[in-house]
Design a protein around this ligand. Structure first.
Ligand SMILES: [Zn+2]
Length: 281
């Protein structure tokens, strides 16, 4: 990700979950050190933010911030009682305030419509449309919850449920709920984050940015770039030609595919961001 940002000279947010941190790096400090070391090695001058994504545990948020993360996402979607969500968020907002550091705080307060891709495929795509989900009901609930939570502070961002999905979007996906986005961003000062940005058509991304989205999460398209590149590498027998079996050679092929997709996404978002106030955009 860092080399992609370097190639297009763009700021970037490197996002990770605590599961990846603990299973691959050991602890938050080591992860932060790796990112910063990479930044130094690549001589990156643009800002690099380090973000902890989908965190449900307050203690881990504290640990991450104390270790150098400057962006955290509190995932409250597993809590069913709204009052509990409010009091949890309150604690985290207070903590961030007390650190006196510049920390970007983001909160997901409700499950995205298709958060669990498997569930989505099993339950939703079986029938046409979104049986079991009423788009309007979800949008009204999102708006009401945003209204309540924004009373706490406008110093955190909403990871809004706007008909977005983590994973691959199905063919009959109806698109982002741009009207909800517009009404939330018009009414509240809190910035809005789009999760599940992979695979959203560029026309929708441009509308979303214009309607108030200020951060876009991309994961699935990077993961797919990696796995498709593995498949192509093996299917085309590149691993059995000369020294194509070398791990470093294979990894460089995979990483360059991921880098290309990352760069394209950065360039697309940068272009729309720069144009967001243009009339014809
Ligand atoms: Zn997400």
């Amino acid at each position: 990700m860092l080399s992609a940002a370097k190639e297009v000279d763009s700021p970037i947010i490197v996002a990770v979950t605590s599961h990846i941190v603990f299973s691959r790096f050991g602890d938050f400090e080591t992860f932060v050190a790796c990112v910063l070391l990479n930044k130094r090695t690549l001589k990156i001058k643009s800002p690099v933010a380090i973000h902890l994504d989908h965190e449900t545990d307050f203690a881990r948020i504290i640990q991450a911030v104390n270790s150098g993360f400057n962006s955290v996402m509190l995932d409250l979607s597993q809590i069913s009682i709204f009052e509990e969500k409010v009091s949890y968020l309150k604690k985290v907002v207070e903590f961030v305030k007390e650190t006196k550091k510049e920390i970007f705080l983001e909160v997901e307060f409700e499950k995205f419509t298709g958060k669990d891709a498997d569930y989505y495929y099993q339950e939703v795509t079986k029938s046409s449309g979104y049986s079991g989900f009423s788009k309007e009901k979800i949008a009204n609930q999102s708006f009401r919850e945003a209204e309540e939570l924004s009373k706490l502070s406008d110093k955190f961002a909403f990871a809004l449920n706007m008909n977005n999905i983590h994973g691959i979007y199905p063919r009959d996906w109806e698109g982002l709920n741009i009207n909800l986005l517009r009404s939330v961003s018009k009414r509240f000062k809190n910035p809005i984050v789009l999760h599940g940005g992979s695979g959203v058509p560029s026309s929708q991304i441009s509308l979303a940015i214009k309607a108030g989205v200020r951060k876009i999460n991309i994961s699935t398209s990077l993961q797919l770039a990696f796995s498709v590149a593995i498949r192509e590498y093996i299917v085309s027998n590149r691993d059995v030609v000369r020294k194509g079996y070398l791990a470093d050679t294979i990894l460089e092929t995979l990483f360059s595919s991921v880098r290309k997709v990352a760069k394209n996404n950065i360039l697309m978002v940068t272009e729309f961001r720069n144009k967001k106030n243009e009339k014809d955009f």
